[in-house]
Structures are given as structure tokens and as C-alpha cells.
Design a protein around this ligand. Structure first.
Ligand SMILES: Nc1ncnc2c1ncn2[C@@H]1O[C@H](COP(=O)(O)OP(=O)(O)OP(=O)(O)O)[C@@H](O)[C@H]1O
Ligand SMILES: [Mg+2]
Length: 235
């Protein structure tokens, strides 16, 4: 059977995912199912394993047990470069390379032999509220602007899942809200599924529908945002 003929309503499924470094268990037996278009927050204390889970999903690290399925396909069968485009990651720090905004956004598609045309570049920039920024030098951007360029750079690869690891935690309050607004409008305007790591309860309430709560490398709750956060605050 052709893989791409299987269209499961579950788009991303983790099955017993586990990760260890030097005998230290960082994640164990993580199981969840995510449907296309869902907005998931991964929440939990510092050191809970949130970034580790995101890194496993993107195969920046290899699971030592279990696996994940992307649209029914074992993700270990998907070449990492392809997987990393399908699950586009935005980290805490923008890490733009020196040059213009346009050069940064065009880079990803170029590595695939695709040339981002001007209309698409313009659409990406206006999608992150940076219309007219194409020729700006990234060294002169504010933190919030740089993070929105970073988001556009990931979106240029047309990811099916956005993995956002604390995308606003290095920003001040005003820039944080701007980036949050941008993320919301990106999610509202597209088909993309989102997994957001955040420490910020208010942000989780604004951006996510469902929470996966991690603690000590274990998934301790999975449910609607209010339910999981309320239960947690009563502890
Ligand atoms: N490569 C590594 N080698 C050893 N320990 C690691 C490694 N990467 C992460 N850890 C440890 O694994 C645990 C989980 O780390 P992780 O970065 O996933 O936490 P987190 O939930 O993202 O925390 P934070 O909210 O502070 O970002 C931590 O105790 C961390 O010190
Ligand atoms: Mg982290």
C-alpha cells in the first residue's frame, strides 16, 4: 500500500517515546495523539523534559525507545531533512544569519532547490506583520522583529507542524505580545498544527486548546487547557 494514501485523523502519534543520556532518564514512555490543526501546549516545570521532547519529535535527538508516527508513517523512516521541514521548529533565540531579512527567509527553500518568488516573500512578511522589511539588515532588528523573521523563515518551508520552543521567553512584555499575536494569526490563517512549549500560563491559555503536562520526564496530564491548568494550580 502507498504510504501517502493512508490519511489518518491522527496526524502525529507518540508511542512509548523515551530518551536517556548516560543512563539518566530524561523522558519515559510518552504517549499522545494529535490531530491535524490542533494547538497543543507542552507545559511543565524547568527540567521536565519539554525541550527534549520537541528535539525528539524533530529528530535532533534519537529516541532510545518507542517512536512517533507522522500521518501514519513511522517517523524514523522519513529522512531527517524532510522531517525537519514537515515539523518546522522555532526556538527561543532567533539565530538569524548575517544579512537581510529576505536572505534569511529565502534560505530554507533554496536548500531544496526552490526559489521563493517575490509574491510569496511578501505574503510571508505580511503574515508575520513585517511588510516592507525584506531589505532590512537583521542586525538592526528588535528582538520581537527578529523572532518574527525567524517564524517566517520556518513558515517558508511550509511545515505541517510548527514546533515552538518558548518562542517568546527571551522577549520583553510588549514584544512578547506582538509575537504571540503573530503566532495566533498564523495559526488562524493556515492549516498548521502547533506544539508550543511555554512556561507562561497566560500564553498557554491564549494560544493552545490542549495541554500536555510534563513532569520529571513523564507525561502526567493530557487534556483541555483550563482543565489541566486548574488541576495543576490546586496541587
Ligand atoms: N544532552 C543532555 N545531557 C544530559 N542531560 C540533559 C541533556 N539535555 C537535557 N538534559 C537534562 O534533561 C532534563 C530535561 O531538560 P529539558 O531541556 O528538556 O527541560 P525543559 O523542560 O525544556 O526545561 P526548561 O523549562 O528549563 O527549558 C534536565 O534535567 C536537563 O538538565
Ligand atoms: Mg526547555
Amino acid at each position: 500500500m502507498e504510504r501517502d494514501e493512508i490519511k489518518s485523523p491522527v496526524f502525529l502519534r507518540a508511542e512509548g517515546l523515551g530518551y536517556q543520556v548516560d543512563g539518566q532518564v530524561l523522558l519515559s514512555d510518552i504517549n499522545f495523539e494529535i490531530s491535524a490543526g490542533e494547538r497543543i501546549a507542552i507545559f511543565g516545570p524547568s527540567g521536565a523534559g519539554k525541550s527534549t521532547l520537541i528535539r525528539l519529535l524533530n529528530r535532533l535527538d534519537e529516541p532510545v525507545s518507542g517512536t512517533a508516527y507522522l500521518d501514519g508513517q513511522d517517523y524514523r523512516e522519513i529522512p531527517s531533512r524532510v522531517l525537519r521541514r514537515r515539523l518546522g521548529m522555532v526556538m527561543q533565540q532567533p539565530n538569524l544569519f548575517p544579512g537581510s531579512v529576505a536572505e534569511n527567509i529565502r534560505f530554507g527553500p533554496t536548500t531544496q532547490g526552490e526559489n521563493l518568488d517575490d509574491a510569496r516573500l511578501k505574503a510571508l512578511l505580511s503574515g508575520v506583520d513585517l511588510a516592507g522589511f525584506a531589505d532590512r539588515d537583521v542586525a538592526k532588528l528588535s528582538g520581537g522583529e527578529a523572532q518574527r523573521v525567524n517564524l517566517a523563515r520556518t513558515l517558508a518551508n511550509k511545515p505541517e507542524v510548527l514546533l515552538l520552543d518558548e518562542p517568546t521567553s527571551s522577549l520583553d512584555q510588549a514584544a512578547r505580545r506582538d509575537v504571540e499575536e503573530t503566532i495566533l494569526s498564523v495559526l488562524d490563517s493556515g492549516e498548521v498544527t502547533c506544539i508550543l512549549v511555554s512556561h507562561d500560563r497566560a500564553q498557554v491559555l491564549r494560544l493552545a486548546d490542549r495541554v500536555l503536562m510534563l513532569e520529571g520526564g513523564k507525561l502526567i496530564a493530557d487534556g483541555p487547557v483550563e482543565e489541566v491548568l486548574d488541576a495543576q494550580s490546586m496541587d
